[in-house]
Design a protein around this ligand. Structure first.
Ligand SMILES: [Zn+2]
Length: 357
C-alpha cells in the first residue's frame, strides 16, 4: 500500500468553500462526482489521497491537448505537496503533423512537475498520475518510452495509475510496477532451448557482438551500449547498434534493426539477439520493447510465432556466456500496437508491402 502523507489543509480547502456558499450535499456531490471502484479502494485507503486524486481528475478533465493525428486525448494531472502547499499540475499529449511524432501525457505531466518543484522533490512527492477520459477506462499500460521516463523520474515501485471516466464517474486505480519486467527476470536458457538451430544462433550472437563494436556511443555508458542482430522468417539477418547525438535523440538499436528489415519489406522477425559489454546483462529499454512488440504484432497477424528476444550475458573475461530468452509480449505487459487500434489498416499494409512468403 502506498504511504500517503497527511494533508489536513487539502480537505479543508476542498470542503470549506462549499459549506460557506451553503451548498447542499447533492450539489457538492454534483461538483465532485468521482467514486472509487471496489478494486481501487484496495489501493487508496487514505481519505487524503482520495481527495488529491479527485482534485487531479477535476484538473485533468480541463487539460489542454493537441492530438492532431490520433484525435485521442490524453488528459493527465497529479497533486503534489511541496513546502506545505498542494500543487495541482496538468499535462497532456500533443502531436505534430508531417511525421507521426508526439509528446505523451505522462512525459508532459512529469516534466511540468519537475519544472515546478525540481527533480528530487518530484521523485519524492508524485504518488499517482491521474488520467481523465470521457469514455470508459481501458486496461492498457503506458507506452515503452513513458515507462522509461517514469522509471527515471518517479518512485515507480509505489506509483499509482488512476483513470477517471467522465462517462460514469468511476475511478480505477492500478499500480505501475507490474508493467516493469527486469531483464534478470527473463528466463535463462541453454542454446538448445532458445528454439533456434545451433548454427543460426551462433551467427546471430556473432553478428550482435560485432554490431556492438560499432554504433555511436559518445554519451552512452559502456554497459548501456547495445549491438543487436535480427533474424526474419525469410532467413535474413540484419544488424544495428545504438547511436547517440548532441540533441539526445537516441537511435534505439532494436528499432534500428527492425527499420532495416522493414526497408527490405521483410516484416516478420523471428528473433532479436542483444549484446552489451562483457560482465553485464543487456538492458533493453522499454522504448525498444515497444518497437519489438509492434513488430511481433505483425507476426501474430500472419500466424507466425511471437518475435523472440534473446539476451547475451558474457562473463567479464569474455570466456563464457549465458543466454536469456523471452518475448516482447512478456517483456512489455499491457502494451498496445497499431494492430490493436487499426487491425484492418495493418492487414492492408502487409498485403501491399510484405515480401511474398
Ligand atoms: Zn507514452
Amino acid at each position: 500500500m502506498i504511504q500517503a502523507r497527511r494533508h489536513p489543509f487539502l480537505f479543508a480547502a476542498a470542503v470549506v468553500p462549499a459549506l460557506a456558499l451553503g451548498c447542499s450535499a447533492a450539489e457538492r456531490e454534483a461538483e465532485r462526482p468521482w467514486a472509487l471502484t471496489e478494486e481501487a479502494r484496495q489501493e487508496v485507503t487514505e481519505p487524503e489521497l482520495e481527495g488529491r486524486i479527485f482534485t487531479a481528475l477535476d484538473a485533468a478533465a480541463k487539460a489542454g491537448t493537441d492530438p492532431s493525428i490520433s484525435k485521442y486525448h490524453v488528459r493527465a494531472a497529479t497533486v503534489v505537496s511541496h513546502d506545505g502547499v498542494d500543487h495541482t499540475v496538468v499535462g497532456g499529449n500533443t502531436e505534430w503533423a508531417g511525421y507521426p511524432e508526439a509528446i505523451h501525457g505522462e512525459t508532459s505531466l512529469l516534466n511540468h512537475v519537475i519544472n515546478l518543484i525540481g527533480p528530487e522533490a518530484a521523485r519524492e512527492e508524485v504518488d499517482f498520475l491521474a488520467f481523465y477520459t470521457d469514455r470508459a477506462c481501458g486496461t492498457g499500460g503506458s507506452c515503452g518510452d513513458c515507462r522509461d521516463y517514469l522509471m527515471t523520474t518517479t518512485r515507480w515501485r509505489d506509483l499509482l495509475i488512476v483513470c477517471g471516466s467522465g462517462a460514469d464517474h468511476s475511478v480505477h486505480v492500478r499500480r505501475f510496477a507490474p508493467w516493469v519486467v527486469p531483464e534478470t527476470d527473463f528466463p535463462e536458457v541453454t542454446p538448445e532451448d532458445t528454439g533456434l538451430p545451433a548454427a543460426q544462433l551462433e551467427e546471430l550472437v556473432a553478428t550482435a557482438l560485432e554490431a556492438r563494436a560499432g554504433g555511436v556511443a559518445l554519451f552512452t555508458a559502456a554497459a548501456e551500449h547495445l549491438g543487436v542482430a535480427a533474424l526474419t522468417t525469410q532467413g535474413n539477418v540484419y544488424r544495428a547498434a545504438g547511436a547517440d547525438d548532441a540533441a539526445f535523440h537516441y537511435r534505439y538499436p532494436v528499432g534500428a534493426v527492425l527499420q532495416q528489415a522493414a526497408a527490405h519489406s521483410d516484416y516478420f522477425v523471428a528473433a532479436i539477439v542483444v549484446a552489451t559489454a562483457p560482465g553485464h546483462t543487456p538492458r533493453v529499454s522499454y522504448r525498444d520493447r515497444q518497437y519489438g512488440y509492434e513488430a511481433s504484432s505483425f507476426n501474430q497477424k500472419r500466424g507466425h510465432e511471437p518475435t523472440l528476444l534473446i539476451l547475451i550475458e558474457e562473463s567479464t573475461d569474455g570466456a563464457s556466456r549465458r543466454l536469456r530468452r523471452t518475448t516482447f509480449e512478456e517483456a512489455l505487459p499491457g502494451a498496445f500496437s497499431t494492430a490493436s487500434f487499426m487491425p484492418e489498416a495493418v492487414d492492408r499494409f502487409l498485403d501491399q508491402r510484405a515480401q511474398p512468403e
